[in-house]
Design a protein around this ligand. Sequence first.
Ligand SMILES: [Zn+2]
Length: 383
Amino acid sequence: MTATDPVALTAKLIRCPSVTPEEGGALALLERELSAAGFACARVDRGGVANLFARWGDKGHARTFGFNGHTDVVPVGDAAAWTVDPFGAEVKDGFLYGRGATDMKSGVAAFAAAAIDFVRDTPPNGAVILTITGDEEGDAVDGTTALLDYMDREGEAMSACLVGEPTCPNTMGEMMKIGRRGSLTAWFTVTGEQGHSAYPHRARNPLPAIAQLMDRLSSFTLDEGTDHFDPSTLAVVTIDTGNPATNVIPAQCTGTVNIRFNDTHSGESLTSWLQSEADRTAEEFGVAVEVRIKVSGESFVTPPGPLSALVAASVEAETGVMPELSTTGGTSDARFVKDHCPVVEFGLVGKTMHQVDERVEVAQIHQLKAIYGRILADYFAAL
Ligand SMILES: [Zn+2]
């Protein structure tokens, strides 16, 4: 049998316009390919989002390797700025172009192709599960979470999982992720009393209060970093009052901060800190301070162990580079998978993610498929 071509599969996926939450034909295409290769497939659609579950081998096998990825993509942005059709999958000078080329249709194509060839050529004593969502770039409420809920209900389980998001900053193989920082956003609303700027004593100006609060929060050292994490960060992302008049003290203003936090903190501990700072400001300035908080993900780490060692060794064998075990970057769906089984992330170079003229080196897609194939072989050989 001929090997499954991951580049052709990536190109076909790019031609499916699957901007979140549109399925765009991408999951239907994968379902056809995987079903033909002997995978039992189930569409797990929820809340207007399409997701695909696929398993080769016996349900509930004690040794089940999983892959996770997404076929949805971010919008094209300024279409006129692209030098190619964003959904055309054009190849130029060794690069495949299109929205989703790096994030992450190539990753999905590489693990699907690797899994198809692996179970056909060397059927393992075990099972392989692919969980592919159509909602990673959006709210991710009905994406990987829906797939994991489905698996719980159906008695499906992965023993270990690899998320195929791009993880390498510049060179293929240089980085894998064993955890991620958490992310929390806090919206503060300060309310005082409107008045004439010539008579500030007759008003209660909320602006000095928000200014001091934002300064206190952003100049506070959250921690010094931990074994597997850089120090946590807090960024003030906006301060607004929308006051067009120079002779009016406004009644209200808002400020927003985003925190990326390591395993020193939790959404809960940060929430109580932010609330106490809000209360302190309210007290000092005689204003009302309201806080609304959203925790997008808690921090997590899969401590270095057999899974990370196996993935790192496969990466080194195929690329000659031993990957750094990192926890940097934004959130990913690994934050959901970590509650199900040990999870690590490895994928190709993500330089042009979400950009105009997003592209991926064709050779890297082949290399990624070879790495994923080797991970499968080594995982089941280690029985
Ligand atoms: Zn992604």
